[in-house]
Design a protein around this ligand. Structure first.
Ligand SMILES: Nc1ncnc2c1ncn2[C@@H]1O[C@H](COP(=O)(O)OP(=O)(O)OC[C@H]2O[C@@H]([n+]3cccc(C(=O)O)c3)[C@H](O)[C@@H]2O)[C@@H](O)[C@H]1O
Ligand SMILES: Nc1ncnc2c1ncn2[C@@H]1O[C@H](COP(=O)(O)OP(=O)(O)OP(=O)(O)O)[C@@H](O)[C@H]1O
Ligand SMILES: NC(=O)CC[C@H](N)C(=O)O
Length: 601
C-alpha cells in the first residue's frame, strides 16, 4: 500500500484556503498512486481559534467543508481532522456538543472517530471546547486489505490518563495506526515523540507501523505565537525511520510504501539555539501572515544594546530589510558607544536607520509635569525617557510607517518587569520574549559565527565581562541588576513545566555547593562570581528575584504576544494571578537553616 502523509501548512480561521490546499494534495497523492492520504488534526479550520469553537455559525462553516472533501476524495481514502457536532445535544449553558474528530472518507462515505484524551494543560484548552470519545470498541477501517486505526494527537500521550487509545487499537487488531496532530514545536519535543511511540508499542507487546502527521505553520492564542514544525514521521518496528523526515516547518507530502520501508537516514536536528532561531524566524513570518492582506512595516527602537540588536537581525532575516525601520533615540544618558553600536548594526543589516534626540522632549515633559505641583521621584524621572521613546516617538513612527513596533524584552526582563509600563512594555510582537538573556547572547554568537552582525562589544566572555555592559541608560552609570548566568537558570527552574519553587533552591543550597551548582545548572565559577557562598547574599537575592517577579505581573498582562519556544513561555502558557509573594512557613524554616549555614562553604 502507498500512503501519503500530508504535512500541510494550516491557516487558522481560513477553511476555504485549507481545503483548497487539501484538494491539491489529494490530487497529488492520487496521481502518485497513493491509496491513503492523511492530513493533520483540525486542519480544516485550525487548532488555536479560541472561543470561535463556541459559535454555531463557525461550526456550520467547518462542517460544510466535509461535503467538499467528500466530493473530491474519489478513488482514495482520506483521513483528516475537523470538528464533529451534535447540535441537538446541548448543555445547560445552551452550547452544543463538539468533538475534536478524525474523519475518514472511504468509498464515498464519511466516518469519524473522536479524540479520546483532551489536553487542558499549558496552552491547550481542548476540554473547554470538546467532549471526549465515549468508551467502547474503536472503529477499524479497511484500507487496501489492512485494518487502520485512527487517533488524534494527545491520544498518543496517554501516560497520565486512564485509557490508552494506542494499546486499545493494537489489542483490537489494528494493522497500522495513523495519528493526526496539531502539536506545537517547543524545544525537546521532537525526541519526546519518538520515545513515546516506541514506549507505547513495546507496552502493547506488538510493533505495528505508526504514521504520525503534524501540521506546519503558525497559529496564536492571543498572548502566544505558536509555531508548528511538522516532524511528520513513519515508525516501524517501534523505531522512527529517518529516511522520510522533511525539513522543519516545510510543507510537503511524504510517500511511504508499507511493503518496502526506507530504513536509511538518521536524525538531523540542528543545535538547540538554531532550532530556537528557526522557530523565531517562522514565528515572525507567521505573525506577519496573520495580518491578512496588510503587510505592515516594523519599527524598532535600536538602543545599541544586545536585545534590540538581536530583534533587528531576526526581523530583517524574517521579513527583509525594506520593511524594517530602526531608530536610535538618545537622551543625555546614552553613551557614544551604544549610539555607534546601533548605527553599526543598522549599516550591517542595510536597514533604514535614523537618530532622533529626545532630550528636548524630556525637558518639555518635565516642565509640563511640574504644573501638577509635584516633582517626579528618581525612578519616575528615569521612566519618563522610556515613555517618551515608546509612546511619544516609536508608537507614532509605527503609525507613520503604516506599521507596527516590536517589543524587545527577553524572558529575564519580562520575568522581573525590568522595563517601563507604557514605555518599552508595548509593541505588537515580542520575538525574543521566550529567550533568557544567556540565550540572547548565545544566539547572537551563533549568528555572528557566519558573519559578525551583532557588534561583538555587546557580547560577554565566560565571566560576563563586557566591553559595553547591558544597561537601560536611563541614569548615570546604570547597570542591569541581573546576575547573568545564574538568574537565567532561576527563571528556567521557576518556569519549567515541572516547576521548582524557592523552597527547592533552599534545599539544594543546604545540600552543599556541589549539589547546588549541579542541580541549578551553574558552574562553581558563577557561584563564586556572585558570592553565592555567602548565605545572606544568596537569600536576599532569591527573595528579591521571586518577589520582583510576582510584583511585575501587571506589566505582563499588558504585554504583547511572545513567540513560544520553551515548555513555559510568558503569555497563556503561564497563568498568573496578581498578588505579592508570601513566603511559606516551610520557606521560612529553610531560610533560617540557610542563614545559619554561614561559613559552611
Ligand atoms: N497592578 C498594577 N496595574 C497597572 N499598573 C500598575 C500596577 N501597579 C503599578 N502600576 C503602575 O506602574 C508604574 C510602575 O511601573 P513602571 O512605570 O514600569 O516603573 P518601575 O517598574 O517602577 O520601573 C521600571 C524599571 O525598569 C527599568 N527599565 C526601564 C526601561 C528599560 C529597561 C531595560 O533595560 O530594558 C529597564 C528601569 O530602570 C526601572 O528600574 C506605577 O507608577 C504605577 O502607575
Ligand atoms: N537610546 C535608545 N534608542 C532607541 N531605542 C531605545 C533606546 N533606549 C531604549 N530603547 C528601546 O527600549 C528598549 C529597552 O531599552 P533598554 O536599552 O533600556 O533595554 P535593554 O533590554 O538593555 O535592551 P537593549 O539590549 O536593546 O538595550 C530597547 O530594546 C529599545 O527598543
Ligand atoms: N493537539 C494536541 O492534543 C496537543 C497536545 C500534545 N501533547 C502535543 O503534542 O503537543
Amino acid at each position: 500500500m502507498r500512503i501519503a502523509l500530508a504535512q500541510m501548512d494550516v491557516t487558522a480561521g481560513n477553511p476555504e484556503k485549507n481545503v483548497e490546499k487539501m484538494i491539491a494534495m489529494m490530487d497529488d497523492a492520487r496521481s502518485k498512486g497513493a491509496e491513503l492520504v492523511v492530513f493533520p488534526e483540525l486542519c480544516v479550520g485550525g487548532y488555536f481559534v479560541g472561543d470561535r469553537w463556541l459559535e454555531d455559525d463557525w461550526l456550520n462553516e467547518l462542517l460544510y467543508y466535509n461535503g467538499v472533501i467528500l466530493q473530491h476524495a474519489r478513488g482514495i481514502c482520506v483521513v483528516y481532522g475537523n470538528v464533529a457536532v451534535d447540535f441537538d445535544k446541548r448543555g445547560r449553558d445552551g452550547r452544543c456538543t463538539k468533538y475534536n474528530a478524525a474523519y475518514v472518507v472511504k468509498d464515498g462515505r464519511l466516518f469519524w472517530e473522536a479524540k479520546t484524551l483532551l489536553p487542558n494543560y499549558r496552552i491547550f484548552d481542548d476540554q473547554r471546547y470538546f467532549t471526549p470519545r465515549q468508551t467502547g470498541r474503536r472503529q477499524l477501517f479497511d484500507v487496501a486489505g489492512r485494518d487502520m486505526g485512527v487517533i488524534v494527537c494527545e491520544d498518543m500521550w496517554s501516560n497520565d490518563y486512564d485509557s490508552d487509545p494506542v494499546i486499545e487499537l493494537i489489542e483490537q487488531g489494528a494493522d497500522f495506526i495513523v495519528c493526526i496532530s496539531a502539536s506545537p514545536w517547543t524545544y525537546g519535543k521532537n525526541y519526546a515523540r519518538d520515545k513515546q511511540i516506541s514506549i507505547l508499542e513495546r507496552k502493547a507487546g506488538k510493533l505495528i507501523p505508526f504514521y504520525y502527521v503534524n501540521n506546519v505553520g503558525v497559529q496564536n492564542n492571543g498572548k502566544n505565537i505558536i509555531t508548528f514544525d511538522g516532524d511528520t514521521a513513519v515508525y516501524a518496528d517501534g523505531e522512527r525511520l529517518h529516511g522520510y523526515d522533511l525539513a522543519p516547518y516545510e510543507e510537503g507530502i511524504i510517500y511511504v510504501d508499507d511493503d518496502n520501508f526506507n530504513k536509511a537516514g538518521e536524525r538531523r536536528l540542528p543545535s538547540r539555539i538554531e532550532q530556537k532561531y528557526n522557530a523565531i524566524i517562522r514565528g515572525i513570518r507567521g505573525f506577519d501572515e496573520m495580518m491578512g492582506d496588510w503587510r505592515p512595516n516594523f519599527v524598532i527602537g535600536l538602543s545599541g544594546g544586545v536585545d534590540s540588536s538581536l530583534v533587528a537581525v531576526l526581523m530583517t532575516r524574517a521579513l527583509g530589510k525594506e520593511r524594517i525601520f530602526t531608530y536610535n533615540l538618545p537622551s543625555v544618558y546614552n553613551s557614544s558607544a551604544t549610539r555607534s553600536s546601533a548605527r553599526k548594526l543598522a549599516d550591517r543589516l542595510g536597514v533604514c536607520f535614523k537618530d532622533i534626540a529626545i532630550q528636548e522632549l524630556v525637558e518639555l515633559n518635565r516642565e509640563v509635569l511640574k504644573k501638577s505641583g509635584l516633582v517626579p521621584g528618581a525612578l519616575a524621572e528615569e521612566n519618563i525617557q522610556a515613555k517618551i521613546r515608546g509612546t511619544s516617538i516609536l508608537s507614532n513612527l509605527a503609525a507613520m510607517h503604516n506599521g507596527l513596533m516590536t517589543n524587545n524584552g527577553n524572558k529575564l526582563e519580562i520575568a522581573l518587569g525590568y522595563a517601563t509600563l507604557y514605555g518599552d512594555v508595548n509593541g505588537a510582537i515580542a520575538p525574543i520574549g521566550d529567550l533568557t538573556k544567556d540565550e540572547v547572547f548565545e544566539m547572537c554568537k551563533w549568528i555572528n559565527s557566519d558573519e559578525e552582525l551583532v557588534p561583538s562589544e555587546l557580547l560577554p566572555d565566560d565571566r560576563y565581562n563586557f566591553e559595553i555592559a547591558p544597561s537601560a541608560e536611563l541614569k548615570e552609570n546604570q547597570r542591569d541588576p541581573m546576575k547573568f548566568g545564574y538568574h537565567d537558570r532561576l527563571i528556567e527552574h521557576l518556569m519549567d513545566y515541572r516547576k521548582k519553587s524557592p523552597e527547592h533552591f533552599m534545599e539544594w543550597y543546604l545540600e552543599g555547593k556541589d549539589s547546588f551548582c549541579e542541580k541549578m545548572g551553574i558552574s562553581e565559577d558563577i557561584f563564586m562570581l556572585y558570592e553565592l557562598d555567602k548565605p545572606d547574599v544568596f537569600v536576599s537575592d532569591l527573595e528579591w528575584f521571586v518577589s520582583t517577579m510576582r510584583r511585575s505581573i501587571f506589566k505582563r498582562i499588558q504585554a504583547p504576544p511572545v513567540i513560544l519556544l520553551s515548555r513555559t513561555a510568558f503569555g497563556y502558557d503561564l497563568r498568573e494571578s496578581q498578588f505579592p509573594w508570601m513566603p511559606t512557613r516551610r520557606y521560612l524554616e529553610l531560610r533560617e537553616r540557610v542563614i545559619k549555614s554561614a561559613g559552611a562553604y
